[in-house]
Design a binder for this molecule. Structure first.
Ligand code: CP
Length: 316
């Protein structure tokens, strides 16, 4: 608090690499800003000029539908220019290094790099090598962090359940390979979630040290009891160097969310999934498309949350 007893305005971050670097006040400020931008966008439905004259570069070394498109839309809705850098046709294919690519693009006067890469730590590495004032936003690195997904997930929950203190949240699926799980855990804990439970086969769980504040429950039916929000995760086959499950059918039988299992949770339990979904592998179509599903709402909210992140980092 300041001497006048006003709450201190949280410091604005330069980069967004991981949610563990943000205070609760910074997280709340981003969510509040997403709310304000949502209202403004829905009222006017035309571009804002907050980031006019700014340039955002999407540097996606891994595939994406939701994150890349929503950063593109978010930046444009704030008035920025956007370059969707095409890795396949770029000089990275001739062997140009990551750092040389960064400095080359920086020389063209860019204000933000939105980076996705399969290697943990890539966004943080680029943030350390930026020479000028550009911001780096992590759009997902390996299984380490996906901070804007964590933010949009808690934003979506907050729109339905503003009080996190008694909330019981379950994250189920391939937690070992999931950057979303790690960022969701940070975001939920920052907002003071009441109960945070994780459920996965033993070989798809990271160490307890990577699951701070989480109860681990191996049986999915048991884990669902009394839950207010269930976040299902995709089996990330592209990150598996060995068979982690005997078969998709066997996995679905033990860890798939179907209508029977959903009835074990609270009757108004929210169903979430960061996408893309594997239907009838981790979630039944009837549940993914059912009345309790927030999956497409998460996608819509992703644009407002990414607008808030860009505005917070770049709006001087
Ligand atoms: N949730 C998520 O990151 O989806 P994309 O891979 O489509 O961006």
């Amino acid at each position: 608090m300041t001497s006048s007893d006003q709450p201190e305005t949280p410091r604005r971050p330069r980069h967004l690499i991981s949610l563990d670097a943000l205070s609760t006040a910074q997280v709340v400020r981003l969510l509040d800003r997403a709310d304000a931008l949502r209202e403004e966008w829905l009222a006017r439905h035309h571009k804002l000029d907050l980031l006019q004259g700014r340039t955002v570069i999407n540097l996606f070394f891994e595939n994406s539908t939701r994150t890349r498109t929503s950063f593109d839309l978010a930046a444009k809705r704030l008035g920025a220019d956007v370059i969707n850098f095409d890795i396949a046709s770029s000089s990275t294919a001739k062997g140009e290094s990551l750092v040389d690519t960064l400095h080359t693009l920086e020389a063209m006067h860019c204000d933000a790099f939105v980076v996705r890469h399969k290697e943990n730590g890539t966004a943080e590495f680029l943030a350390r090598h930026v020479r000028g004032t550009a911001s780096v936003i992590n759009a997902g690195d390996g299984n380490n962090a996906h901070p804007t997904q964590g933010l949009l997930d808690v934003y979506t929950i907050r729109r339905h359940r503003p009080d996190f203190s008694a909330l019981r949240v379950l994250i189920c699926g391939d937690i070992l390979h999931s950057r979303v799980a790690r960022s969701d855990i940070h975001a939920l804990r920052a907002l003071g979630v009441g109960t945070l439970r994780v459920c996965a086969p033993a070989n798809l769980l990271p160490s307890q040290a990577e699951l701070p504040g989480c109860e681990i429950v191996e049986d999915f039916d048991t884990a669902l009891a009394g839950i207010d929000v269930v976040i299902m995760l995709r089996l990330q086959k592209e990150r598996m160097e060995q068979a982690f499950v005997p078969s998709e059918q066997a996995y679905y039988a033990r860890y798939g969310l179907d209508a029977r299992r959903l009835r074990l949770a609270r009757p108004d339990c929210l169903v979430m999934h960061p996408g893309p979904i594997n239907r009838e592998v981790e979630i039944a179509s009837a549940v993914a498309d059912g009345s309790q599903s927030c999956i497409l709402e998460q996608v819509s909210n992703g644009v407002f949350v990414r607008m808030a992140v860009l505005a917070e980092l770049l709006d001087s």
